[in-house]
Ligand binder design. Structure first.
Ligand code: TXE
Length: 481
């Protein structure tokens, strides 16, 4: 069986106590790899390596251009090894290989290229003062960054965190989710090959609570923690970080609203709405899992939406024609299945969907769910959508905002004023109008309420991963002649 080690201080290593765990392929439902099971001592070893690399190594002292060259080389290697990386994520968590190849891998390379260039071209403020002084800003690396990643977009979210941290001169300890160790390990290996000095990017495998993940959040030598995962876990990470006053960036769960108005382009609204809730088998924090459709087009929309959902090819994620794979693990499959099976008792009608082969849940569309139904209120993280009709714009906005989450929302309309009005009224970190998932990496990304704390992307990543320093200078007046 394949063995997946840690990558610490430039070396591929076992856990100190030699412990291992198995990674299960959710399609075959059989273990496919043995993984080093990191604990607090392995986490401690990785932070020590990162600390040394930061305090005494060349990485934070290099110019942006030189660092950028190495990060671009890493992006080249990601592209060259795209097939292996895509297969790693597909085998670990069941995402369709076509998505991993067309989306996750190119976006991961792009994350590195974008942040390498962004850091190099970034400009700070220069503030001429009336008092005869001037002030300017230096963006100095924060130090040791811990990046804790989830399993739904393994490589893509890991690079989203690692790239800006490295580009700004930090040294990183990455802990991938226990369900998806493989692509992070390859990333660690490629980082060595690209020429990152030892200790600059360390990958510690293992679990979160009372294990490697938690130990990383409690280590006082860590300067920043960036986390993506469940909102409850975000609270635990935040509590641990507070003990050391370590700044955190938290990207948490969501229950995205998708508003389709009468005047929407129906074909476009259906196409994006399908993508929004069924891509990656709905295991997307941004999923548009609450769909509100204006009454005038409700029936026409629901017919077209249901037909498109039924047409999604479900099955073996390694088959390039598959659009919907299994859920990431047995535990997660059981959790989503319980939501679907419980929905009817909560007043819902299952328009289409239900349990498929193995750990597959087919695209599931529910109508009529009660106001307090769990399927309406909780993040399911599966291919399940609750659909409701609405009459007025105000009613739709109020319904969309009726959630503790606020990661993102979508709206479909051809009315320009309404598009801007509703985008402004929605309580969310990102609003997509007539599209979904399109990102400019300069834009802020993050959520309000239970969806997170802070923003990343472009200058927002710069603020988080650096210690901005103000330098104030007095300009001596010219001596009198
Ligand atoms: O997430 P966790 P899980 C949601 C989704 C899913 C649920 C559970 O609803 O069903 O969360 O998924 C590490 N200290 N999302 O269990 O537990 C853990 O090892 C430090 C939403 O995978 O949040 C992993 O690396 N680290 C989501 C990472 O945190 C800890 C993406 C995420 O795990 C830790 C994934 C601790 N105390 C799931 N506990 C999104 N918003 O994108 C866990 N970890």
């Amino acid at each position: 069986m394949t063995f997946i080690p840690h990558v610490i201080d430039g070396e591929e290593v076992e856990s100190l106590d030699g412990a291992r765990f198995e990674s299960v392929d959710p399609w075959t439902r059989a273990p496919w790899a043995e993984v080093a099971l990191g604990d607090a001592r392995d986490a401690e070893r990785a932070v020590t390596a990162a600390r040394r690399a930061f305090d005494t190594g060349p990485w934070p002292r290099m110019g942006y251009a030189e660092r950028g060259k190495i990060l671009h080389r890493l992006a080249d290697l990601i592209e060259a090894r795209g097939g292996e990386l895509a297969l790693a994520d597909t085998t670990d968590m069941g995402k369709p290989i076509s998505d991993a190849t067309a989306m996750d891998v190119p976006r991961s390379a792009h994350n590195l290229r974008f942040f390498a260039d962004h850091a190099r071209m970034s400009v700070g403020d220069l503030l001429p003062m009336d008092t005869g002084h001037h002030a300017y800003t230096r963006f100095e690396p924060a130090g040791v960054v811990v990046a804790i990643a989830p399993w739904n977009f393994p490589l893509m979210l890991e690079t989203w965190k690692v790239a800006p941290a490295l580009a700004w001169g930090n040294c990183v300890v990455l802990k991938p989710a226990e369900d998806t160790p493989a692509s992070a390990h390859i990333l660690g290996r490629l980082a060595n090959e690209a020429g990152l000095p030892p200790g600059v990017l360390n990958v510690v495998q293992g679990y979160g609570p009372e294990s490697a993940g938690q130990a990383l959040t409690e280590d006082a030598r860590v300067d920043r923690i960036t986390f993506t995962g469940e909102s409850g876990t975000g609270r635990a990470v935040s509590r641990a970080a507070a003990a050391n006053l370590t700044p955190v960036s938290l990207e948490l769960g969501g229950k995205g609203a998708n508003l389709v108005f009468d005047d929407a382009d129906l074909e476009r609204a259906v196409r994006w709405s399908i993508q929004a809730v069924f891509s990656n088998a709905g295991q997307v924090c941004l999923a548009g899992s609450r769909l509100f459709v204006q009454r005038g087009i409700f029936d026409a929309f629901l017919d077209a939406f249901t037909a498109a959902a039924d047409a999604m090819v479900a099955g073996d994620p390694k088959d390039p024609s598959t659009k919907l794979g299994p859920l990431s693990s047995e535990a997660h499959f059981n959790k989503v299945r319980e939501y679907v099976e419980g929905a009817v008792g909560e007043g819902a009608t299952i328009v289409t969907g239900g349990v498929g082969d193995g750990w597959v849940i087919r695209p599931t569309i529910l109508t009529g769910a009660s106001a307090t139904a769990r399927v309406r209120c909780e993040e399911i993280f599966g291919p399940v959508v609750v659909v409701d009709a609405f009459d007025s714009e105000d009613e739709a906005v109020a319904a969309a905002n009726n959630t503790p989450y606020g990661l993102n929302a979508m709206l479909f309309t051809e009315n320009l004023s309404r598009a801007h009005r509703v985008a402004a009224a929605l309580r969310a970190g990102t609003v997509w109008t007539n599209c979904f998932f399109i990102r400019d990496l300069r834009a802020p990304f993050g959520g309000v309420g239970d969806s997170g704390v802070g923003r990343e992307g472009g200058n927002f990543s710069r603020e988080f991963f650096t210690e901005p320093k103000a330098v104030v200078m007095e300009i001596t007046p010219a001596p009198r002649a």
